[in-house]
Design a protein around this ligand. Structure first.
Ligand code: ZN
Ligand code: ZN
Length: 417
């Protein structure tokens, strides 16, 4: 027997409805904020991710699905969605047509991650990018939208963590400061931090192991330049105006140079140590780094696999069929197929009993299917030009004329969810 490749999986009916519910809610809410969808290829030139995600990151150094194609090109299955989105933005010179651009993407990403519960090597993300706007109210508006979306899919108890990581100017000074402060202390930190000390000292603030030691380090929020300070104050003010609450989290950082100012993350209870379901922030230098104009950017990405895990049980329930047709006899079967066609064209969900079986076993199947009604059509009913509609929740039944499917549809549409 063939099985799905390790750390990949099938999403079967029963679970897929939860995915569809999240995706539809995202599309609906993002559209209300002026976002439009972009779809990029699943694979790109490897170089794109090296340039944008950074060669020193775990993603690029250890986790990419990179292969050489038949034309001897080095290609990579996309490990994230921002780089392809920005690549498309630059390639199609969108900045010449629009002053600011609001795009979202949704789809599978690929990373060769260590095997652990809830982590898949093909996983799905939804992400949003605003290109061409650097006003603080844009940061706040996108964050407000995320929280609105998460509440709309039924999640509660979430915590929004907010920080500013400054700009090149104030961050460079802060990093120098941090280096000096850490010089006598770095021996006490974990081995990952020892490596970060030379390569990317800011990431030490993000260490999950050294939380207590990190808390004693200077905070970037106390070291912002006046322009960054002003930007951050405005972001916070706009969030307050929108009624969005947040926790100031000075150790929340982003590792790459083009990230600046606003950084945020949303954590959820019940996910253990790796409890972030989404992260985002401002990345004003990225478009330029990828060969485009000097256009600011702001965005976030959220992992659907983990979101589905913490969704309330009753969210995105499969839509039950409106009617299950229970049919006895060949003539009734023909009539039932004709009726099913009419009802389906009229927008109703119809199940036709799949095989000629006894009335009793068909009724049992109707009950198991979760359909709201059984429509019983045997020789007697056919002779009387009727179909018996039986509401499966309480057994109440009534006869409807076969000759007027409109009245049948009226009954079926009545208490439809
Ligand atoms: Zn600054
Ligand atoms: Zn550490």
């Amino acid at each position: 027997m063939y099985r799905a490749v390790e750390a990949t999986r099938d999403i079967l009916p029963g679970e897929i409805e939860r995915w569809q519910f999240i995706e539809q809610t995202a599309r609906d809410i993002f559209a209300r904020y002026g976002f439009r969808e972009i779809r990029t290829p699943i694979f790109e030139f490897t170089d794109l991710f090296k340039r944008s995600v950074g060669e020193a990151t775990d993603i690029v150094s250890k986790e990419m699905y990179t292969f050489t194609d038949r034309g001897d090109r080095s290609l990579t299955l996309r490990p994230e969605g921002t780089a392809p989105t920005v690549r498309a933005y630059v390639q199609h010179s969108i900045h010449k047509a629009e002053e600011s651009t609001r795009w979202y993407y949704a789809g599978p990403m690929f990373r060769y991650e260590r095997k652990q519960k809830g982590r898949y090597r093909q996983f799905a993300q939804i992400g949003v990018e605003v290109l061409g706007a650097d006003e603080p109210h844009v940061d706040a508006e996108v964050i407000e939208m995320v929280m609105f979306f998460l509440a709309s899919v039924g999640l509660s108890g979430l915590v929004l963590h907010l920080n500013s990581i400054g700009c090149k100017t104030c961050r460079d000074a802060f990093q120098e400061d941090l280096h000096k402060t850490l010089a006598p202390l770095i021996g006490e930190f974990c081995s990952d931090c020892a490596r970060r000390y030379d390569r990317n000292v800011l990431r030490i603030l993000d260490c999950k192991v050294d939380r207590e030691r990190v808390a004693k380090l200077p905070s970037i929020l106390d070291n912002l330049c006046s322009a960054c300070e002003e930007h951050f104050t405005a972001v916070r003010g706009a969030l307050d105006d929108a009624g969005v609450s947040y926790v100031l989290t000075p150790h929340l950082v982003r590792g790459l140079d083009y990230y600046m100012r606003t950084a945020f993350e949303v954590t959820a209870p019940g996910l253990g140590a790796q409890n972030a379901i989404l992260g985002g922030g401002r990345y004003d230098g990225l478009v330029k780094q990828l060969g485009g104009p000097d256009v600011p950017g702001f965005g976030f990405a959220l992992g659907l696999d983990r979101l589905v895990m913490i969704l309330p049980e009753n969210a995105g329930l499969p839509a039950a069929a409106d009617i299950f047709l229970v049919v006895l006899g060949e003539a009734a079967g023909k009539e039932a197929r004709r009726l099913a066609l009419t009802l389906r064209h009229g927008g109703l969900r119809v199940v036709l009993s799949p095989a000629p079986r006894s009335m009793k076993s068909q009724m049992r199947a109707a009950g198991r299917s979760g359909a709201r009604y059984a429509g019983i059509l045997g020789e007697t009913e056919l002779a009387a030009g009727q179909i018996i509609l039986k509401r499966l929740s309480d057994g109440q039944q009534e006869a409807c004329a076969l000759g007027s499917p409109e009245s049948l549809m009226e009954v079926l549409a009545h208490d439809r969810s």
